[in-house]
Design a protein around this ligand. Sequence first.
Ligand code: BGC
Length: 732
Amino acid sequence: MKIADIQKLMNEMSLEEKVGQMVQIPANMLTDGGLITGPTDSIEMNEETVSLVGSILGKTGAADLRKIQNDFMEKHPHHIPLLLMHDVINGLETIFPIPLAQGCTFSPELVEAASRASAKEAAAAGVHVTFSPMLDLVRDARWGRVMESTGEDPWLNGELGRAMVRGYQGDNDLLKEGNIAGCVKHFAGYGAPEGGRDYDNVELSERTFREDYLPAYQAAVEEGCVMVMTSFNSLNRIPSSGNQWLMRKILREEMGFDGVLISDYSAVDEMINHGIAEDSRAAAKLAILAGVDIDMVSNAYVKYLAELVRQGEVEERLIDEAVFRILKLKNDLGLFENPYKDGSVEKEAALFCCEEHRSLARKFAAASFVLIKNDEILPLQKEATETIAFIGPFVDNKELYGSWSFPQKPDNTVTIMAGAKQKKAEMLYAPGCYIQDRGKCNRYGQKQEYDDAEEARILAEAIDLAKKADKLVLCLGEPRDYTGEGGSKASIKLPENQFQLLKTLQQINPNIVTVLFSGRPLEVQEITELSKAVLMVWMPGTEGGNAVADILFGDAVPEGRLSMSLPRSVGQLPIYYNKFRTGRPNGPGNAVGFINGYIDEYTTPLYPFGYGLTYTDFTYSEVTLSKKEMTKDDRILASVQVTNAGGCTATETVQLYMQDVKGSVIRPIRSLKGAKKITLAPEETGEVTFEITEEMLRFYDINMNFVSEPGLFNVFIGHDSDTQNMAEFLLV
Ligand code: BGC
């Protein structure tokens, strides 16, 4: 369809029909065959309003979606196709590692490849739009949704967000097969809720917001992402879905976003709870004035938008702008000509969990695991001379995916047990304990049933194996439903019963490798003390078992790096490497007492952002700079020689951090500005070079201008955010 035809179609549409395009409902409001069920509990609609909606969410499957689309279009007065949206977060049928783990790969290439595979599977399943990438910067592991973010660093989140957009949208020609639309979320600042409590308010200075939180969303928009989702939270006391400054000034005007803006689920009506709208009608007005194009599942637009226009409170022009953007997106996806897009049962059969996607998932998962400790116990031996017992509730667990994997297909999962058996036919296994803590709830408020006799039996079985085996692999962690939306926790420890299992077994056999599953950074201090090796594997996805076995038995070599700092204790949260300097810094050589920090805890994390071991050692030369002075239109090359000083080929992620020594406002201790991977054989040396430009030195100065300030800069290149390998230059 030509742009002029969209305009023509709009001219033929009634106000109610136009408003319909701006309403999204859950797919289950359209039954099989597209019959209309009428009102549900959450959203009050009738047969007519349902028949006019512009989009649905939450359903996949080519056959079902084709039928829904078909029946819906037949009844629609202008036969306008629905946009079919779904949360394809870390895969559809082939589940890749959760985004937090993806962050640990520091690899835009792998992230793009996995997003591409996810897009192809989703497109085959009839999906047009995915609610991803989620690019909320996170600094507080109590928040359950840290698992959906790529971590605590603005630069890394931006690079990986771009990679996701490229993966979903290909070359941004949405007509092409396998391309689906991306939707950046949650705009904005959703990752900084007070106390890590989901949906809580966010208070950020404009400077911190712009410098740390905005860049990743902006990167995805620059990459061409066609949709943006508002966030549930308020930012500096204004809920996002009614925040004109945020949506019209920052997003549309400054960031140049001209795509479709959708609210989060019922977020428009939630402005009533926030206490800034007296009712749904007022909420609808706030949202349309802020420029929200689609109301996801609330009563506001469907019930009140037309009335607001008719009563002269909202200009019809605002409706027309929104509807134009929505119809244009449908047209860009080619839906007027082919409303099913790539949805096809044959394509599903060819793509779902295909060999190519599985092998990518295996490689990707292995690259995301972070080895935080290894006292010469890993890799394990495949030979029968070494007896290994696999113990713990994650050994035979199929739920190795994160909270956004719908539909759940546990039978696709390769368990740790299945993966390990491929390496070593003889393995001992016992679950050891229940997965969930006694008496504690998951994020749905459910508690695990405990049978005391069974608990004692499985513990005794584990103790027995611990006596027999040379080494123990303990597969422990937080179950998948302890993180995700609504999954905030005040304790980030391992479930107590699992920790007790570790303690008990360690008394019997100290040769313990702990494989730790989680959707968030956990408190791992005691776990590392009780284990000879600790491998953090997050939620590794469909091929998790194979990937874990590859790393444990040395068929793959660890290369993951922490995308969030690991705290020593929950009291340190929020914790992040790029914090601001204080007047009484806490550091080596400084006086004790009356300095920044705690009297009962260090200020440093247990393991810093960027940290991760492998099966070899890398050494670094000093940082060399191509010059010591730089003008604003100049550049400097910063290089290091990296040597593999150990016994196996491995990949090092070389990280570049910069520090502005003095600014007109306080600058971070250091900021990540680049990362490059280099694979080296034993004794091999390679050079890694980064280009430093003036653009990389900019920040919001005392007058809120985004500029660089002349002066001294420190350049750190090394293994992680703690590196002291440094050189300096002057910006003149
Ligand atoms: C979440 C979003 C998600 C949406 C649709 C909301 O509850 O916050 O991230 O995309 O639901 O499922």
